[in-house]
Design a protein around this ligand. Structure first.
Ligand code: 5RP
Length: 229
């Protein structure tokens, strides 16, 4: 008897991207996140695009991908509420709290998530953690405040690094910069999100606790697990 080959991370992402289709209500506008897992969801969405009224997107990259498959993209200001927001995560814990922003789209992701009644996180099992903080915490900052914010993280035991692209500071869709902070143990995600949000110059901290997931579709070797919080 041959042992089945384990699914690759890419295949697990495709599996959860496909599984997320069941949360898309025909005729509704869907909130769409950013990243390689969401790209699989957008690819899957193409198969039911005639049933989708449109999307509100969390990044220029996702907008382009959605438009390429013929899904209309609405401005967030045109929409009062969304039924569902579907997005990946860099980490998710046992309560549905997440770290996000590995793709630098955290600010728009939080805005679109806040418009939705339900956040459905799609992730492969490598993203599941006991305590947030293994993945460097992304923080979108106003450039003139970056050094000061980095010093404030040092007082919490964190080391903040400016994210670079092609040797230059990465510039987000909002024209700002990203600090990636290592060395933090996010034992109280709600409190830490609230605290860092107060620091002048912080646009968005990548802790999604106030905007946590209600559902996680987790891609595992045994198939897609549906976790609810
Ligand atoms: C982008 C994000 C993504 O959801 C996160 O980085 C996960 O990405 P991927 O699906 O590529 O692993 O927060 O800002």
């Amino acid at each position: 008897m041959t042992t089945p080959t384990p699914l690759t991370q890419d295949e697990l992402k495709a599996l959860v991207g496909q599984a997320a289709l069941r949360y898309v209500v025909p005729g509704d506008i869907v909130g769409v996140g950013t990243g390689s897992t969401v790209n699989k969801f957008i690819d899957a969405l193409a198969s039911i695009k005639s049933q989708v009224r449109g999307a509100v997107s969390s990044s220029v990259a996702s907008t382009e991908r959605l438009r390429a498959i013929g899904i209309p993209v609405f401005d967030a200001n045109e929409v009062e509420q969304l039924g569902v927001y579907i997005d990946g995560a860099d980490e998710i814990d046992g309560l549905g709290y997440m770290v996000k922003g590995g793709g630098a789209a955290l600010t728009r992701e939080k805005i679109v998530a806040s418009l939705a009644r339900q956040f459905v996180c799609i992730a492969d099992e490598s993203k599941r953690v006991e305590t947030l903080g293994r993945f460097p915490l992304p923080v979108e900052v106003i450039p003139m405040a970056a050094a000061h914010i980095a010093r404030r993280f040092a007082t919490l035991g964190g080391q903040a690094r400016l994210r670079l692209k092609d040797g230059q500071p990465l510039v987000t869709d909002n024209g700002q910069h990203i600090l990636d902070v290592t060395g933090l143990h996010v034992t109280d995600p709600l409190a830490m999100e609230s605290e860092i949000n107060q620091w002048p110059g912080v646009l968005t901290v990548g802790i999604f606790a106030h905007q946590k997931a209600q559902v996680c579709l987790l891609g595992t070797a045994q198939g897609v697990q549906t976790l609810t919080y």
